[in-house]
Design a protein around this ligand. Structure first.
Ligand SMILES: *Cc1c(COP(=O)(O)O)cnc(C)c1O
Length: 864
């Protein structure tokens, strides 16, 4: 029996008992120092139940120093994680070796956020060892479900953008693309949300407290990152003009690697997150001078850089530390990329053949300037040559249309933190504006709009403009979003470089959000159309005929019911509330934001409540309205929206007249781990943002892939979802993006809508009268005032259409056969929203990369 192979067994194939040929390369061997020359060990991992049990006990000793009688559930979670991690690393080692050998073009994904979700369950799924692990732990008197529940959420992101990055890593691995994800190892991720007296309370997310078994630190691969100071210009020995950056201070970046497995393939890729550390634990000079506290301060200051994730999905104006975070991870990542490049090549002109760097929003956009600095200052290239390389490497994804969400930095602050980069950006801007002027001579307005600096008010660096100028490809994240980008925020760039633009509609991974989150549904689908759909989602089309099959519809309904029973149990555990799984589960989970319009949902609930109190709508189905989502701590109106939801819940849930016909739940601490229970249990998915404001949305996809029907506006990817599933299987309402703009143009007056709608007046009156705030009429005044005076997001304009559409939903739910047929057709037609499709499009149109299959000796990676 083999629990783990000692290294001495390595460098040979266990199965074949012979060494592999050492591959030969056509480049100098000295470049390989410190890299793998031999084939990595083929491991004798045995995935039988007996072996897994033995390995688990062994890990309990070797990694936890515990014997079974004293081991806690968390010890067992950790031990099982190490058992699984060995098998994951086995695939990674073979992948790394294969990628190294092939040296084909590699994708570098730069993202300040990754919302990975728990790792144990997903790795077990992708290794294809779920049944064995389940049985092994059961025979040891444990339940896999309890062990999975132990894992902390690695909450290194705010919401959709971070989760997209995680889905894309899953698909990159599954599509066998050589890739690295680079980001920041925040010591504290997104805060944990508690609800106290109906209000959101933020609690520090100490996710590393009990250890993180999935990461492998590499302190031997640290990079130095410099900050502040000034620059000095001069001429080098060859008489060339050179600039030297004399920084004020520097910190070290240490990488922590987390492997990410593909599904049904041998490939694994790496998520490499950087942690900031002091250069030396103590500044000995300061120490010797007796300034012990300065030495300690410096250490604390350095480590602050990766201390905490900013909990806002919009930019943090003027936060120096946030800029330092961005530059810190960009500098480490590009240095690491160049290290890998120089392992096999010397000619930097070939860098774009070997790497493509995708900027996930503008958070890493300073990479454009850093790349120029590395090429010019550190490697002595001329500007034009460096610029050609730089613009051959980068591609940029835009994620927002909200003007306030476009990132800019005060020039003085930027220059204090990154003096050399500011100079480089000025030079890029100078050359760029000359080019613009050649295309559009004398167009001063255009020059000022396209400049990398905004001069209105205080001078600021525009990161989106920098990303556009430095990239060879620019994309939006849904068809509507890309169209609107071309018409609005990036209009001038589109007119200059139409060929750079393309759309890449977001997607989500069906592994985590179907197979793992909803095994009942996944099994039913597999029984009907075979197992290949999980890697080839177009095959879901095969479900269409089953929509007319009564027996299948009943099984479908039963799966949904079981998911609702499970969620009801979770709700009971988290909130103490009892909800009835036979009611319509109407769910809105996402960050709390005015543009996402949770308050529109609430206005409908209040309207429905009032009608029931009046004895109207008595034939409507009983509904459970479930909300979840975090508000940015400084976002007063969003926090007030949470308070409004909990206030309405308090009244409605306890009103004897209602008698359970409406229940309202706020599910605390929405995150990926909870999401895996929530999406599968929805009958109705709320996607009700103001048209033109949600770039894409991905929650909409996760719901629909789990058989929820959508009530939604024509916004973001809703447009494409509605088209794919058919408008007859989608509850569409509200103004279109064009109509929103036109209504605004025509001088929209929300109070006119208010005056003209009796039910709306009544609902808002119930809020402002204090019914949902314990009699306090002032509590929600800011919310009511913002709706009546400005209503930036057209809540009142869409209210009547929304309420009416919700009535239709209620009627449809009363015909279960038809409802479930629609649900099946939704899933059958949602295949294009797999992140595999998104990534395949990036590969084909932007990255121009090819799959590199990884063969893992002695292992079959095929799942079916
Ligand atoms: C998918 C997801 C989101 C994004 O949801 P949207 O509805 O697209 O805003 C946010 N948070 C978590 C935890 C998610 O899983």
């Amino acid at each position: 029996m083999c629990g783990f192979c000692p290294p001495s067994a390595g460098w040979r194939s266990q199965a074949k008992g012979k060494s592999f040929n050492i591959p030969t390369w056509s480049f100098p061997m000295e470049k390989f120092r410190g890299t793998i020359l031999h084939h990595p060990p083929s491991h004798c991992f045995d995935n039988s139940v007996e072996s897994i049990k033995a390995d688990l006990t062994e890990k309990l000793f070797s990694m936890r120093a515990k014997f079974p009688e004293v081991a806690t559930l968390n010890d067992y979670y950790l031990a099982l994680s190490y058992v699984v991690r060995d098998r994951v690393l086995h695939r990674w080692i073979h992948s790394a070796h294969t990628y190294f050998q092939q040296a084909s073009r590699t994708v570098v994904y730069l993202s300040a956020e990754y919302l990975m979700g728990p790792q144990l369950g997903n790795n077990i799924l992708n290794l294809g060892i779920r049944k064995q692990v389940e049985q092994a732990v059961a025979e040891m008197g444990l339940s896999l479900e309890d062990l999975l529940e132990q894992e902390e959420e690695p909450g290194l992101g705010n919401g959709g953008l971070g989760r997209l990055a995680a889905c894309y890593l899953d698909s990159l691995a599954t599509l066998q693309i050589p890739a690295f994800g680079y980001g920041i190892r925040y010591e504290f991720g997104i805060f944990d949300q508690q609800i106290k007296d109906g209000w959101q309370v933020e609690v520090t997310d100490r996710w590393l407290r009990l250890g993180n078994p999935w990461e492998v630190p590499h302190p031997e691969r640290r990079y130095e990152v410099r900050f502040g100071g000034h620059t000095e210009a001069g001429y080098d020995a060859q008489g060339r003009y050179r600039v030297r950056w004399v920084p004020e201070r520097s910190v070290m970046g240490t990488p922590f690697d987390t492997p990410v497995l593909g599904y049904g393939v041998g490939n694994a890729i790496i998520l490499r997150l950087w942690q900031a550390e002091a250069r030396e634990s103590f500044d000995f000079q300061a120490f010797n001078l007796g300034n012990y506290y300065k030495a300690v301060d410096d250490k604390v200051m350095s480590e602050n850089i990766t201390k905490v994730l900013y909990p806002n999905d919009e930019p943090e104006a003027g936060r120096r530390l946030r800029l330092e975070q961005q530059y810190f991870f960009v500098a480490c990542s590009l240095a690491d990329m160049l290290r890998i490049f120089f392992q096999r090549d010397t000619d930097l002109d070939r860098l774009p053949d070997k790497f493509v760097v995708q900027l996930n929003d503008t958070h890493p956009a300073v990479a454009v300037a850093e790349m120029m600095r590395l090429l010019i200052d550190d490697n002595g290239l001329e500007w034009d040559r460096a610029w050609k390389i730089t613009t051959g490497v980068f591609a940029y994804t835009n994620h927002t249309l909200l003007p306030e969400a476009l990132e800019t930095w005060n020039v003085d602050l930027f220059g204090k933190v990154l003096p050399r980069h500011l100079e480089i950006i000025y030079e890029i801007n100078h050359r760029f504006l000359m080019e613009v002027n050649r295309f559009f001579p004398g167009d001063a307005g255009r020059l000022s709009r396209m400049s990398l600096f905004s001069e209105a008010g205080e001078k600021r660096v525009r990161m989106a403009n920098l990303a556009c100028v430095g990239s060879r490809a620019i994309n939006g994240v849904a068809a509507l979003h890309t169209d609107l980008l071309k018409q609005t925020v990036l209009k001038d760039f589109h007119e200059l470089w139409p060929e750079k633009f393309s759309n890449k509609t977001n997607g989500v991974t069906p592994r985590r959000f179907m197979a793992l989150a909803n095994p009942g549904l996944a099994d039913l689908i597999t029984q009907s159309i075979g197992a290949t759909w999980l890697r080839d989602m177009d095959r879901l089309k095969g479900l269409e005929p089953f929509a007319r099959d009564n027996a299948f519809r009943d099984q479908w309904a039963e799966v949904k019911h079981q998911c609702k029973v499970r969620l009801a149990a979770m709700i009971r555990k988290k909130t103490g509330m009892a909800v009835d799984p036979d009611t319509l589960f109407d769910i809105q989970v996402k960050r709390i934001h005015e543009y996402k319009r949770q308050h529109l949902n609430v206005l409908n609930i209040i309207t429905h409540y009032r009608r029931l109190k009046q004895g109207l709508d008595m034939d409507a189905p009983a509904r459970t309205f479930i909300f979840g989502g975090k508000a940015a701590p400084g976002y007063v109106l969003a926090k007030l929206m949470i308070r409004l939801i909990t206030g309405v819940a308090d009244v409605v849930n306890h009103d004897p007249d209602i008698n359970g016909r409406i229940k309202v739940v706020f599910y605390p601490d929405f995150n990926v781990k909870n999401a895996q229970h929530i999406y599968p249990a929805a009958d109705l998915s709320e996607q009700i943002s103001t048209a033109g404001k949600e770039a894409s949305g991905t929650g909409n996809m996760k719901f629909a892939l789990n058989g929820a029907l959508t009530i939604g506006t024509l916004d973001g990817a809703n447009v494409e979802i509605c088209q794919a599933v058919g408008p007859e299987n989608f509850f569409l309402f509200g103004l279109t993006a064009d109509q929103v703009a036109a209504t605004r143009q025509a001088g929209y007056r929300p109070c006119d809508v208010y005056d003209g709608n009796e039910e709306l007046r009544a609902a808002m009156g119930m809020i402002s009268g204090g019914l949902f705030s314990g009699g306090d009429p002032g509590m929600f005044a800011p919310l009511i005032d913002s709706l009546l005076n400005e209503d930036r997001f057209m809540v009142l304009a869409d209210y009547a259409a929304y309420v009416q559409c919700q009535e239709q939903v209620g009627r449809a739910f009363l015909k279960p056969d038809h409802w479930h047929a629609m649900s099946i057709l939704n899933v059958a037609r949602m295949g294009m929203f797999s992140s595999d499709r998104s990534i395949a499009e990036y590969c084909r149109d932007i990255w121009h990369v090819e799959p590199v299959p990884v063969v893992v000796p002695d292992e079959t990676c095929d799942i079916d």
